[in-house]
Design a protein around this ligand. Structure first.
Ligand code: C5J
Length: 237
């Protein structure tokens, strides 16, 4: 077990054991971040999300250097869309729907180019990539088992979008007993207001389901952490 480290955060300092902490990178996929993907089909300006790439690349490098597991997620569906409920498939009036042919293959379909993680943040060999059909990374995935197997109790949460998949995942994680620190400059929204309020919601009410800080604070704490020794398995609730 490694010594507990502390990161300045809202609403209070975040305490974590580097040996029981993972970096989670949510849905940094071409479909959300490149023009012509699923995100743009919903009428969004993908440039809003691309601000996250550079700070997140630095944070991923720091996490890897410190020995933290980096766990990536991808939102998407089977080619026959059997895991995409009609409520999701048919909602709204997008210019294109999930499964339609797009600039990077069928939108939000596993195995298509657009479903892949952007080149700048490509997972390293051996890093876990969780494919999820929903917004939360725990729903219908093996994430809880992966975290238990790695003895993870705390999550540094990054990715897109702040108010949708990041929020849903942090809420799911909180209910399962994980302590979540959301890294403000490494999460992104298509909407500036949702970004601001989404972060405020996490840390409000004494940290109702998590903590919030920025990547320089996390990188400083990781750099100061002693070498990691792994703890026994954490059992999620
Ligand atoms: C959305 C996500 N926004 N990854 N997905 O549909 O947040």
């Amino acid at each position: 077990m490694t010594a507990v480290q502390h990161i300045p955060a809202q609403p209070t300092e975040f305490s974590f054991g580097p040996g029981t902490t993972a970096l989670v990178v949510i849905d940094m996929q071409r479909d959300f971040l490149l023009p012509g993907g699923f995100g743009e089909s919903l009428g969004n300006d993908v440039a809003q999300l691309r601000k996250v790439i550079e700070p997140l690349a630095h944070l991923m490098a720091a996490a890897r250097a410190a020995g933290l597991p980096v766990i990536h997620t991808r939102e998407g569906h089977l080619p026959d869309l059997s895991d995409c409920p009609p409520a999701k498939l048919l909602r709204g009036s997008p210019s294109q729907r999930i499964g339609d042919p797009g600039k990077y293959g069928r939108l939000l379909v596993r195995g298509e180019y657009g479903h892949g993680i952007i080149d700048e943040l490509t997972p390293l060999p051996g890093e876990v990539v969780i494919d999820k059909p929903g917004k939360g990374a725990f729903y219908a995935t093996e994430l809880a088992q992966v975290l238990a197997q790695k003895s993870i109790a705390s999550l540094l949460v990054t990715g897109v979008t702040t108010e949708v998949c990041v929020h849903t995942t942090v809420r799911e994680a909180n209910d399962r007993g994980y302590e979540c620190l959301v890294v403000s400059d490494c999460v992104g929204s298509y909407f500036a207001e949702f970004q601001r309020v989404g972060l405020e919601m996490i840390a409000a009410q004494g940290g109702i389901f998590g903590w919030v800080t920025d990547s320089p604070a996390v990188i400083d704490a990781l750099a100061a952490a002693p070498p990691i020794t792994r703890a026994p398995a954490h059992t999620p609730v």
